[in-house]
Design a protein around this ligand. Structure first.
Ligand SMILES: [Zn+2]
Length: 214
């Protein structure tokens, strides 16, 4: 694949986006927000309709600049070796619906996935989560294709224009923000919130059983 051609964004700008993607992927791996080679993240090159996304098959730990792929909003690959993440269609659906979004983070985080099983929204049980994230809907899909997923994401974002995170059922967190770093913070907060919500529900169950057995 050839490099970005003349008339493309400044090299420094592209490198800044790639460095931000690399550092946020590394951080997410270190704190075990995403282990193995799952998950992905992307960033918009400022002032353009070009997106840089992690390559398919590499872990967050391995997410170096040479593992990052540049695509257009229509999904045409214009730079980078390998293939973009298999979840490119979801990222592009978000960028198309939300011009304010500059970064997207996606992880297969266990508490959020577990919490999504029993709830239509992740309960924002802390004041912090409520103020920073607002509503965190669970996206349940009838079709499994990339096109079906993109269409469902598009419909969800149209219905709620302030959305900054959602959890796809049996899959994981998608968070979106004005920077890649903020998108990662949102994902961390979703996972933390889901863990607290689960813990509170368990404790409430224990208390309720005690009352019943008393
Ligand atoms: Zn995924």
């Amino acid at each position: 694949m050839s490099n970005l051609m003349s008339g493309s964004p400044a090299t420094d700008t592209v490198m800044q986006v790639k460095q931000s993607l690399q550092s946020n992927a590394k951080r997410a791996y270190e704190i075990r927000l995403q282990t193995g080679n799952g998950g992905n993240l992307s960033g918009r090159i400022p002032g353009t309709d070009l997106i840089i996304i992690k390559a398919s098959g590499c872990s967050f730990e391995q997410c170096q600049p040479d593992k990052l792929i540049t695509v257009t909003l229509d999904g045409v690959q214009i730079d980078g070796d390998g293939s973009p993440s298999q979840e490119l269609a979801t990222h592009l659906a978000i960028y198309k619906q939300r011009p304010d979004v500059q970064g997207i983070f996606h992880s297969h985080s266990p508490w959020a996935i577990a919490c999504a099983k029993l709830n239509d929204t992740i309960p924002t049980v802390t004041l912090h989560a409520k103020s920073k994230l607002g509503r965190i809907p669970v996206l349940r899909l009838s079709g499994a294709t990339a096109q079906a997923t993109a269409a469902a994401v598009e419909a969800m974002l149209t219905a709620d224009r302030d959305l900054c995170a959602f959890v796809q059922d049996r899959h994981g967190i998608f968070s979106l923000a004005s920077t890649i770093e903020l998108a990662r913070y949102h994902a961390e907060l979703v996972e933390e919130t889901a863990q607290i919500a689960w813990s509170m529900a368990l404790l409430e169950g224990v208390a309720s059983n005690r009352e019943r057995d008393a």
